[in-house]
Ligand binder design. Structure first.
Ligand code: IPM
Length: 360
């Protein structure tokens, strides 16, 4: 298969981790006779520095023309500390999501047996956790009208959803549930928010179309607690944009490191693959950034094109690196010198030679 992949490394540790994902995809291309062409674009703080815009036209063009996008990370500390900044790196990421209509964000949360002791939660609570969050990604409070009064003392962000926006991501989530454990949990705040009541109504109306899927409803406040107390109860969580952002970050506590969590952002015409972690600017060029989230995002890219054996091999490589503790310091206790690129090299070697790869 020939794929043109837009490579948008972005800020912070984005370039380091995506370099490992590219390494892994190149190994897959060689092993399985595919052609993966990468075209690089600037986004976020890196793009502001060079062009003044967090999402230059050239990047939009590259992203639109590609079969898929591999995204790194976004954000810079100086903007985090400046609430008055009019242009912000995050506008690059949000802009791509919106322009390419990437409405369904899929975030799998799987607890590795070998990492149960890395979580601050009890092993028996988290063992066998395997659920996926379907987060609506192009609407809600992130994209509703924003206002700031002239005197700067009053501000608002509108959380607005249309039936259409809810339906399309809900269908995605229901379908996913059908091919998993057939349970869907809608997380909302329908006891307070009108937009949440629309979510509930729409999901209740769609449910009969998926009679083999059990539907449950949870308020976001309860969901944040349930996720910690009993994460095994979940199969597919469906939720709006901001609740999904918060829940998925919380879920990283279960797996032991946010550096493990990958995501796919899917629309009808485009697809983007990105780790859920941020730019982690403190770690830039120290070789300590965990590339596994980016590598697993590349595996989700392979899934998207039906390259199942290829994706499975990448995941096996990740499993082996975790098993042998060839991982960065966020996870590692056995070795103290495993860098970002060493993890990438290991998984690359594994793909080239799955039977023989060990720590060398
Ligand atoms: C994420 C991130 C982004 C979000 C930020 C960087 C804008 O936290 O992908 O989860 O809030 O969606």
């Amino acid at each position: 298969m020939k794929l043109n992949i837009a490579l948008l490394p972005g800020d912070g540790i984005g370039p380091e981790v995506t370099a490992q994902a590219v390494k892994v995809l190149n190994a897959i291309a060689t092993e399985f006779d595919h052609i993966f062409n990468f075209k690089r674009g600037l986004v976020g703080g890196a793009a502001i520095k060079k062009t003044g815009s967090p999402l230059p036209d050239e990047t939009i063009k590259i992203a639109k023309e590609a079969d898929a996008i591999l995204f790194g990370a976004i954000g810079e500390r100086k903007y985090d500390l400046d609430p008055n900044a009019k242009i912000r790196p995050e506008q690059g990421l949000l802009g791509i999501r919106k322009l390419l209509d990437l409405y369904g964000n899929i975030r799998p949360i799987i607890a590795y047996d070998d990492l149960l002791n890395k979580s601050s939660l009890k092993k028996r609570q988290i063992k066998d956790t395997n659920f996926v969050i379907y987060r609506e990604l192009t609407s809600g409070i992130y994209f509703g009208d924003k206002t700031l009064s002239e005197d700067g003392n009053t501000a608002s962000d509108i959380c607005k959803y249309s039936r259409f926006e809810i339906e399309r991501v809900a269908h995605m989530a229901f379908k996913a549930a059908q091919s998993r454990k057939r349970k869907l949990t809608l997380v909302d705040k329908a006891n307070v928010l009108e937009s949440s009541r629309l979510w509930r109504r729409v999901v209740q109306e769609l449910a009969p179309k998926y009679p083999n899927v059990k539907v449950e409803y949870l308020y976001i406040d309860n969901a944040t607690m349930q996720l910690i107390i009993n994460p095994r109860q979940f199969d597919v969580i469906l939720t709006e944009n901001m609740f999904g952002d918060i829940l998925s970050e919380e879920a990283s506590v279960i797996v032991g490191s946010i550096g493990l969590l990958a995501s796919a952002s899917i629309g009808d015409k485009h697809a983007m693959f990105e780790p859920i972690h941020g730019a982690y600017t403190k770690a830039i060029n120290k070789g300590i950034a965990n590339p596994i989230a980016s590598i697993l995002s590349a595996a989700m890219l392979l899934d998207h094109f039906g390259l199942d054996d290829e994706a499975a091999l990448v995941r096996k490589g990740v499993d082996k690196s975790i098993k042998l503790q060839i991982t960065t310091p966020d996870l590692n206790t056995k070795y103290d010198n495993i860098s970002t690129s060493k993890v990438g090299d290991f998984i690359e070697d594994f793909i080239n030679n799955p039977e023989e790869t060990n720590l060398n």
